[in-house]
Design a protein around this ligand. Sequence first.
Ligand code: FES
Ligand code: MG
Length: 568
Amino acid sequence: MTAVYLERFMNYGLTPRELRSGRPIIGIAQTGGDLTPCNRIHLELTRRVREGIRDAGGIAMEFPVHPIFENCRRPTAALDRNLAYLGLVEILYGYPLDGVVLTTGCDKTTPSGIMAAATVDLPAIVLSGGPMLDGHFEGETVGSGAVIWKSRKRLAAGEIDEEQFLDAAVASASSLGHCNTMGTASTMNAVAEALGLSLPGCAAIPAVYRERAQYAYETGRRIVDMVHEDLRPSAVLTREAFLDAIAVTSAIGGSTNAQPHIAAMARHAGVEIATQDWRDTGYAIPLLVNMQPAGEFLGERFFRAGGVPAVMWELARAGKLHIDRLTVNGQSLAANLEGCEARDRAVIRPYDQPLKLNAGLLPLSGNLFDFALMKVSVISPQFRRRYLERPGQEGVFEGRAIVFDGGEDYHRRINDPALQIDEQCILVMRGAGPVGWPGSAEVVNMQPPDALLKRGIASLPTIGDGRQSGTSDSPSIVHASPESAAGGGLSWLRTGDRIRIDLNTGRCDALVSQAEIAARQSTAAPKPAPSHTPWEALYRAHVGSLETGACLEMATQFQHIGRVPPRH
Ligand code: FES
Ligand code: MG
């Protein structure tokens, strides 16, 4: 154990005896704060974490993590994942900590913490903050994000005014906690639990439930034991763990953002996860969880139905998980899942009676990109009938491309009658990838023009090199890699080109001849906006594609680095 003898640690009342006691010193990586309201519950929860650490014989040292607030950070919160990661690596490497509690919640606060713990390979345990309580408005449950997408369409169609729009949005934010839908926050916390990094049952507990504070205490206790057992992330973050996380992502109808985050966590853990794994392991898994945006319920119902363990219980029984692997409580997944059968079948379906078959994220490729992803579980019956079930053409759609260069261009022109957008069009967003935006923005789930919305056309097929919100029910084709700013296929695409999407073969191609493509490639694609901060420039110089996790490429060579040796 570390002897922390520096006198300055005593200036708030720690005694020399405590510091020389040889007890494990446990960092609490605090992600909550006024700039990260989704994680604010951790400001209260860490009191219980500290008590757990103390009762188990450790000494707690809480420190702040760079804030990441999904909805507020501009140009996009995705920039902060790698920044918080870098900061946390330096803290875990450079300070005298024996273990760490990662407080998680809002989308990127979960992967950034896990990426850092994997890089340093210090004993680490995840404490999720939990979702907000279910929102209610005018007799309906209203979920984070999902209500925004829905209300925006109603606003554009003239069904509600701005005041009513705001009322519905506010009703979805009902208490402390992160998004209460199966958006990216709930997905990533479920992924952390599926990986085996949190105590079983942790992810789904609503933020303000008593169980949440009880888990905070037990998490504090457990990390001290993990230090004594020298149980490190490298023993938990195996390839099998990541494959299971992919399977869980499908079964819960999880966010498309899980793909780059899982890729990034795996790479920093030194584990090989490829595009093919999403097809082989993820795609054929059915949708079991009836939660918005793919279904109807919100976080409280999911928790009471049994949460992540109940979903994994179904997957394990169907032989879809690696149940012998180790998790942070020191037990196997099999032991953790004993007796975890779901308690509410309206929310968590049996494996053989799913909400949808083949609900995974479907990888696509073609002449427009080497890799992109489609969230099949959110395809609506209306969308399916219009685009994917034409007799003799099942799963195939062809349409006219309408190309937008970034979000501003989209907002400026989407209602321009000269574009003649109709239901046979495919909306394309480029310049929205990690280098282009920069950071890669959640802008691919583009809303159709108002005129189409008024006619009841709620969504058009969309393609882009950015991402989409995990709370969106749009079956967008996202994460096109390489992105247009890196010379990917979208850079030569033009409005009016025809695009053919074939979900049977996983192809997506522009019907443009090789010669024409070559001619267009020589004319420069639109330049990305300049970098406005030092970090934007650094990020752009080092970031990879969404396919491989949008990691800082140079950072992935530093694996399992351990703590700095003491040096006077
Ligand atoms: Fe923070 Fe959804 S915006 S959790
Ligand atoms: Mg998001």
